[in-house]
Every structure is written in C-alpha cells, then in structure tokens.
Ligand binder design. Structure first.
Ligand code: ATP
Length: 220
C-alpha cells in the first residue's frame, strides 16, 4: 500500500474529498460503490478517480467495485497518519472568528486549537466552535509561549495586510511547519515552511473577470 508521501500531491489533496463523500455513503448505510458513482459524487472525472485510486493499491475488486467501510477505514487512517493537525489562528476578527467557529467541520483531521489577537486580556476571550468546544484567544505577545503549550504546527493568518509578514516571522520563529495565508501579501518564508495563499478578493476578481468576459473568452 502506498504511503502518503509517495503519492502525487494532487492525489493527496483529493483524499479528504473522497473520504468526506464515502463517509456520507456510510452514514446512509450504503455498503458498495464504484468509481463512476464516486466520480459523480465528488465531481472529479472518472479517469482522475481511477488514477487516484490506483496509487493506493488494490482497494477494489473487479466486478464488485469498492467496499465503502473498508475505503473509509483506509482513507481515515491515511488522514490520521498526517501528523500535522493542530492549528493556531492569528487575527480573530470577522474572518478569523468565523474560521475558528467552523473549525473545518467537514474534516476530522483539522483542529483549530487556539487563537491570538491584539489587546486581549489573556485567555478570557473564547470562541465556541461547532463542536461546542471553547477555543481561547490569547494576546499575540504570548504567541511563542502559548504556541509551544498547544503544540500547533499550522498557522492561519487573518490579520490586516500590514502585519502579515511580521506575524509570519513570529510563526516561523515558533517552529510552525505551514501557513494558511488569508492576506493578499506574498510572504517571505524559509523553504522549511510551506504556505498556501487564500486570497478571497483575488479569487472573486478572477471569477468576475470570467463572468464579464464570457463571450470573448469562448470565441478565442
Ligand atoms: P476581517 O473581516 O478581515 O477579519 P476585521 O474588520 O474583523 O476584518 P481586521 O482589521 O482585518 O479585522 O483585523 C483582523 C484581526 O486581526 C482583528 O481582530 C485585529 O484585532 C487582529 N490584529 C490586528 N493586528 C494584529 C497583530 N499585530 N497581531 C494579532 N492580531 C492582530
């Protein structure tokens, strides 16, 4: 069976989507499925699904398809194998607080365990997430110390743009392995820290461009 590190990155990124869909089948009591059905459920083309599953070895049986329970066990195990799952959020404003409340509710392996902001009376501010868990918000001045206590390895940055790099530097210093950057700033980071930019304004503008230029784009 392939290890997570030996499969293509794009395939690894689709695993949570497969797992989420398969769990929904499991909840409905469905025992068997096939790549065509999975493809329709997750909205990836059938060839992509078949290719992805081929990286995981003999998960299905010819003429039978896939056993839903076995797939969920397999994918959940793979996701748990990904050790990095505790997340700290910096900048508990509107977007940041919403993320803490939601806590990536469709993913079992992601957990926002702590948040930071400025001018906080330490630990007294709490955000209750969808599971009913209270997440403490600490003052950013306590970041290095509290980060270690919570053992988070991923940081979400939702501070105003002008503070993004300064916060990223602190995140690097605290030994985090990855950053989900919601600001429009291109962060300068060492190679050891991975970053994923989520610039919602740019995404919206790209969409608006395509919507407004649909006729021209089609005719090219
Ligand atoms: P948004 O909708 O983008 O979250 P907002 O109006 O709630 O916007 P912003 O001004 O964008 O708030 O700031 C986001 C959060 O980041 C706020 O809660 C703010 O207090 C916090 N913040 C600002 N500077 C820092 C900093 N240096 N360190 C930590 N948190 C900060």
């Amino acid at each position: 069976m392939a290890s997570f590190s030996s499969i293509p990155r794009a395939t690894a990124q689709r695993v949570p989507v497969y797992n989420h869909y398969l769990k929904s089948l499991q909840e409905k009591g469905i025992k068997r499925t096939n790549s065509k059905e999975i493809s329709a459920g997750v909205k990836y083309d059938p060839a992509t699904v078949r290719r992805d599953f081929s990286f995981f070895g003999e998960l299905g049986k010819r003429g039978y398809g896939y056993d839903v329970d076995s797939l969920v066990t397999f994918f959940s195990g793979k996701l748990e194998d990904q050790k990095v799952n505790k997340i700290a959020l910096i900048g508990a404003g509107n977007i940041g607080s919403a993320l803490v409340r939601n806590n990536f509710s469709s993913a079992d392996n992601l957990d926002i365990v702590v948040a930071f902001d400025i001018n906080i009376n330490n630990g007294n501010k709490k955000i209750i997430n969808e599971n009913g868990t209270e997440v403490s918000v600490f003052d950013i001045s306590e970041f290095q110390k509290i980060s270690r206590e919570y053992g988070a390895q991923i940081a979400i940055i939702t501070v105003p743009e002008q503070f993004a790099q300064e916060i990223a530097n602190q995140v690097v210093k605290a030994g985090y392995k990855g950053i989900l950057n919601f600001t429009a700033v291109h962060l300068t980071l060492p190679k050891t820290v991975r970053v994923k930019d989520v610039d919602l304004t740019r995404e919206a503008q790209t969409l608006v461009y395509f919507v407004n230029n649909q006729d021209k784009i089609k005719s090219i």
